[in-house]
Design a protein around this ligand. Sequence first.
Ligand code: TXA
Ligand code: MG
Length: 315
Amino acid sequence: MTKNEILNAAAILLDGGLVGLPTETVYGLAADASNVEAVRKIFRAKQRPEDHPLIVHVGTLEQLTDWARDIPDAAFLLAKTFWPGPLTMILRKAPKVHDLITGGQDTVGVRMPDHPVALAVLQAFGGGLAAPSANRFGRISPTTAAAVREELGDAVDLVLEGGRCAVGVESTIIDLSGTQPAILRPGAIAAAEIAAVLQCDVLAAQKNAPRVSGSLALHYAPQTKTRLATHIELQKILAQNVEPIAIMALHELPAANKQITIVAMPHEPRAYAHDLYHTLRMLDKKHFQQIIIETLPEDAAWDAIRDRVRRAVHS
Ligand code: TXA
Ligand code: MG
């Protein structure tokens, strides 16, 4: 990353253009959040329905008050603890925030990303950047600059290189606009960590919460038919299978025939999250008959991963 690249990105954004932006979670498709025409381009590039709200990314804590009002102390406490980082807070929106960003709701999502390139662009730009994940609607979020180019091609004016995303799945979304904090989307920051900071109960993610596009039953899906199987089911599949398939395995499997590609996934949830979309995207290009994901542990450390895998599988 050079100073010139950052200044160029800021100039494109100030001019109403779109920039593919690395963050620590996934790559974002950024536009000036205060420019409606620029924000409209995001929806066009992603082919995303206009009623799906966007997250505003800020570079300083002070900017929070530009986008939100009636901000509870809990929000400042969480921001001080977890920002920059993979936590999006849903707050009551400031009057100037356009309906296109909020999906017509009275709330807005705000986060400060923890990536040197994103922070440098935010600093050079000076304002808030609306940025959904830089994939076409319903597809897997990109975790490399190359994947952003694959997804969006000419629809984006510039894609900044920022290496592979450290976290690998989208931010935790916590709704602070109601009476009790509620997780709308699980992510790297766990409900228990938030509860420990706020010293209160945090409602767990509810399946299919209506206002989060990531909560549609099928989302983040590869094009290849993708399904789940237990270790025992996988052993049977290996014994019988004759089709070209790929398996994302957690436990060791006996040697298979060469039709079958086995990817040994990490056992540790952070490492698994880092590899999840990257591996799905890689396998999706290879035209297997199926991608089979070994079922995941049930404990809370795997919440975000189980959530994304559930959306990737074709029921
Ligand atoms: O990690 C991330 O959050 C990435 C990076 C680029 O920052 N961004 C991301 O954006 O995942 P997107 O648009 O793909 O997902 C944002 C989610 C959507 O599911 C949207 O519905 C929800 O946030 N959201 C945004 N504003 C909201 C609001 N006011 N109320 C409820 N949900 C909201
Ligand atoms: Mg997304």
